[in-house]
Design a protein around this ligand. Structure first.
Ligand code: ATP
Ligand code: MG
Ligand code: FE
Length: 332
């Protein structure tokens, strides 16, 4: 089974070819980060335009590097949502065009399902598992008992973890995207500022990061008013510890609550070095197998979409030419 994956939900134009849902034959990513950095964030219109300019060439490159042609493909999998509607539309249109022109089955994929399957490209996922999804737009705990079936245990009630990283980075005048910048800066600081941890109700697997963001804003404002020197590294470290303590604690509780033995970290924030370190330590202590995607597959890519799409293809969950981009597509 050879599946071409296409991903254009945000600011990466990506295409990849995956064999049997698992073996990466090619993985081409064209990032627009340099374009959007000037604006301090992704500008949707600019992203769409870039996708249009690049998509055909990126798909061809993915096929070439894999050494396959369109005739070899079993299916074309594409991110249907969630994401920026204009950006998603480019990938969906390209996939529909290929499907129509060559009679290749079309498979719509949820972007977050893709993030979870990134680890599957390294070693097969085994079920049941709990996935901690931490990305620019999502913070969720997902239970999977088998391929292609998702149950939500909890989600953020306001900001996503990655969004909080990016916003706090902006407050510290760090370049976009802020997550990797905070990761780096935090290594030079200490958790001395005592920012809040949002535990919510004792049995809740939900998250909340907007209070933490406000606490950072208030701290910076008050310190500036009082003329105190601000140590950005301490702000970064204190913010990061607050985020990670809650993420890790809730993930471990979800694992204990469901009795699963495997925890899968997924989404762009899974690139965070401190999160990986703390989760690794906790999972070792408790005998849980931790699955962390390689850095190259943490942020948006099409290989993960092809992998997740392969199992939807096996389940016969196909799309047709009426397929539309869904900016708010639900996972469950
Ligand atoms: P979603 O997947 O929810 O639709 P997205 O696709 O925009 O959102 P991803 O590409 O999965 O998000 O991840 C990007 C996010 O990951 C950004 O918020 C970025 O700051 C964050 N991120 C990337 N690397 C790190 C890091 N080392 N530490 C913390 N955050 C990071
Ligand atoms: Mg991105
Ligand atoms: Fe993503």
């Amino acid at each position: 089974t050879l599946v071409l994956g296409i991903e254009t939900s945000c600011d990466e134009t990506a295409a990849a070819v995956v064999e049997n849902g698992q073996r990466l034959l090619s993985n081409v990513i064209s990032s627009q980060v340099d374009v959007h950095r000037k604006f301090g964030g992704v500008v949707p219109e600019v992203a769409s335009r870039r996708h249009v300019e690049r998509i055909t060439q990126i798909i061809q490159e993915a096929l070439d590097r894999a050494g396959v042609t369109l005739d070899d493909l079993s299916a074309v999998a594409v991110t249907q949502g969630p994401g920026l509607v204009g950006a998603l539309l480019i990938g969906v249109s390209a996939a529909k065009a290929l499907s129509f022109a060559r009679g290749i089955p079309l498979v719509p994929v949820h972007h977050i399902a893709g993030h979870i399957y990134a680890s599957h490209l390294v070693e097969p996922l085994s079920f049941p598992l709990v996935a901690l999804v931490v990305s620019g737009g999502h913070t969720e705990l997902i239970l999977m008992r088998e391929h292609n079936r998702f149950e939500r245990l909890g989600r953020t009630r306001d900001d996503a973890a990655g969004e909080a990283y990016d916003k706090v980075a902006r407050l510290l005048h760090l370049p976009y995207p802020g997550g990797p910048e905070i990761d780096r800066l935090a290594k030079e600081g200490r958790d001395v500022l005592d920012f809040p941890r949002a535990w919510l109700e004792p049995d809740s697997f939900d998250f909340s990061f907007s209070g933490l963001k406000s606490a950072v804003i208030n701290y910076l404002h008050n310190a500036r008013q009082r003329g105190e020197t601000i140590n950005p590294a301490d702000v970064a470290a204190s913010f990061q510890e607050s985020v990670i303590e809650v993420l890790v604690e809730k993930a471990m509780r979800a694992v204990a609550h469901t009795g699963v033995k495997q925890l899968v970290l997924a989404g762009g924030v899974s690139a965070n070095s401190r999160l990986r370190e703390v989760l690794d330590a906790r999972c070792r202590e408790t005998g849980i197998t931790l699955r962390v995607p390689p850095l190259s597959l943490c942020t948006d890519n099409a290989a993960m979409i092809a992998a997740a799409g392969t199992y939807r293809f096996f389940d016969g969950q196909l799309g047709d030419l009426s397929l539309n981009a869904e900016p708010n597509l639900p996972l469950v």
